[in-house]
Design a protein around this ligand. Structure first.
Ligand SMILES: [Zn+2]
Length: 389
């Protein structure tokens, strides 16, 4: 089986000319997107069914390109490829799976360029983009033998990045397994051997982020209705805010790399809860039961935070070990000693006390042991409920 994995590289345009070329290409891409979004909006008003295909959009694009000489300095394939998501967007819209496409604003939408096959050449040190030039690249590729499918270039917090999608063979089960269960929680993970890892403390960075947020609130922001562009002071605060956010992400990324390495040095198979299921809300319980708040909504929010925080660790563990997902239902309520499941077993966020056999333990460790046990059982049975990531 094959899956897709995305790896982020840092791009170093090195000269101002190269960087400006990237900005210009992203601008052309945005122009074409907005042009066709507007055109399709008019079509949508006059016909009831507006369902453009990439092919017809491409024909219209070629006609437009002949009329606009400035557009001819850019690679036609790259600029045209920006219309691919437009087709997908309308297809989804008619299936009731999403809204109509929106305009990409200069200030609201960070510059980004998707590169179709044949318009780029990627090697370990550099990325060649059609009609731009060779651009220096840094970052590690954990999948050196895999085929590169697509590349998206983005400008985030003052830096250029390339998101490369690889087609990767799913890893096979190792012959001699040395498994571990991992319980993920808010801000920390617990292994089934009792080791606990806490996420890095970002309180100071969070406070700084809030300060920049307040700064932004005091300054002239983008006002579409009155046609006011954001002030330079506002954009400066916005950049500082984005850079702080990036430092928080970097602290987490670094932690994920180190933690996954430590785990992979000891174990070659990891079992994790499947966070997509409803069971997750139970372990986030300590934070959701606030009176006056919509508990369901809050639980969904917590789940989203948890997922976003742990997906990176999962990604890194995936190429250092083999990951197997187990169903997450009742892992925090079941006693690891006698198997009795009861809502009242979990006394507090940290304490676990079985009502049947009087087994006392740390709640997270108990959950991690349950995950390990359920994983081992499922692997032995070759269970279809177990999902390989
Ligand atoms: Zn028990």
């Amino acid at each position: 089986m094959k899956t897709h994995k995305t790896i982020r590289y840092r791009l170093h345009p090195q000269t101002k000319t190269k960087a400006n070329k990237l900005f210009a290409l992203a601008g052309a891409r945005r122009f074409i997107w907005n042009h066709f979004v507007e055109k399709l909006q008019e079509d949508y008003k006059s016909y009831s069914k507006c369902n453009p295909s990439y092919y017809t959009l491409g024909l219209q694009f070629t006609r437009l390109r002949d009329q606009l000489p400035w557009l001819q300095t850019y690679s036609a394939n790259i600029v045209k490829y920006s219309l691919k998501p437009l087709e997908t967007c309308y297809k989804k819209y008619w299936k009731n799976q999403g809204g109509l496409p929106r305009f990409h604003g200069k200030y609201t939408h960070p510059p980004s360029i998707s590169l179709p096959q044949g318009t780029f050449k990627l090697n370990r040190k550099s990325l060649y983009i059609q009609k731009i030039s060779q651009i220096k690249l840094s970052g590690n590729n954990p999948y050196p033998d895999s085929k590169c499918k697509t590349i998206t270039i983005k400008h985030e917090a003052g830096k250029w990045y390339a998101y490369v999608v690889y087609e990767v063979e799913t890893s096979k089960l190792p012959e001699s397994i040395n498994p571990v269960g991992i319980d993920r929680n808010v801000g920390q993970i617990t292994l089934s051997d009792g080791t606990r890892y806490n996420l890095p403390d970002t309180t100071k960075l969070n406070a700084r982020k809030r300060r920049y947020q307040k700064m932004m609130a005091r300054r002239q922001r983008l006002n579409r209705k009155q046609g006011i562009a954001p002030s330079k002071r506002y954009l400066k605060a916005k950049l500082l805010h984005a850079k702080t956010q990036q430092r928080i992400v970097q602290a987490r990324t670094n932690w994920c790399h180190q933690t996954s390495r430590e785990i992979a040095n000891k174990y070659n198979l990891t079992y994790m809860e499947n966070l997509n299921t409803k069971g997750m809300t139970a372990s986030a319980k300590g934070t959701i039961d606030k009176p006056g708040k919509n508990v369901k909504q809050k639980a969904g929010l917590n789940k989203a935070i948890l997922q976003s925080g742990w997906s990176k660790l999962e990604q890194y563990l995936d190429y250092k070990t083999t990951i197997i997902k187990v169903p997450s239902a009742y892992t925090s309520q079941t006693c690891n000693k006698c198997g009795h499941t009861d809502k009242t077993n979990r006394k507090t966020q940290t304490k676990f006390h079985c009502v049947k056999c009087d087994h006392r333990a740390n709640a997270d460790l108990n959950a991690a042991l349950n995950i390990l046990a359920s994983g081992i059982g499922a692997t032995a049975r070759g269970d279809s409920a177990v999902r390989r990531s």
